[in-house]
Write a new protein. Structure first.
Length: 194
């Protein structure tokens, strides 16, 4: 069946009703997980004010392909691999949804970000982009299984995503070849190119 738009926003309540700072939630994910890791799409800057490198190598893995790889590792760490949720930022050109479709707003009172919610299986990350007709290289903003065993979070600007999970799940990511993953604390100052 693949990813399907989800008009019932109740699966996102745990994020929307979070008591943590909205900017932090959008960039680092929900609080309260035993372990956190950063999935880097580019190497971290090595000096203040460094500009983001531009990779034009066609063999360079895309952001989405790295997310797909990471979620394939994480699928072993959920009891609900056949029920997962994915949020796509509404700032992208085409969400592929009818006008007036309900969106997930964070924070709910005066959103700094709004997202289209999709439902599917964790493995449906392999078809990311198909519901709106363009694969692109923009990963989901959030992805999580129904049991909340882990949460993938990616804001639009950073060169990394954060995965909140159990320590064994983070250890599995750290041990996965072809993924550039470093363990972090959610309170760490994360490096940026801006």
């Amino acid at each position: 069946m693949g990813l399907q738009p989800c008009s019932d926003l109740s699966p996102s309540t745990w994020l929307v009703d979070s008591q943590e700072d909205s900017d932090r939630l959008i960039s680092v994910g929900p609080d309260g997980f035993p372990a956190y890791a950063r999935l880097r799409f580019l190497p971290d800057p090595t000096a203040p004010g460094q500009s983001e490198p531009v990779v034009r190598d066609p063999d360079h893995p895309t952001h989405v392909s790295r997310v797909q790889h990471a979620l394939h590792v994480l699928v072993a760490f959920t009891t609900t691999p056949s029920e997962a949720y994915f949020c796509r930022w509404d700032g992208y050109e085409d969400l592929g949804l009818p006008p007036g479709w309900p969106l997930v707003d964070i924070p709910p009172q005066s959103p700094i970000r709004s997202f289209a919610l999709h439902r599917g299986q964790v493995a449906d990350i392999d078809h990311w982009g198909e519901p709106w007709g363009q694969p692109g290289d923009a990963p989901p903003a959030f992805a999580w299984p129904a049991d909340h065993a882990w949460c993938f979070t990616h804001d639009v600007d950073p060169h990394w995503a954060v995965i909140a999970a159990s320590q064994p799940a983070v250890d599995a990511l750290l041990a996965t070849p072809d993924l550039d993953v470093v363990q972090v604390l959610p309170t760490d100052e994360m490096p940026t190119y801006y």
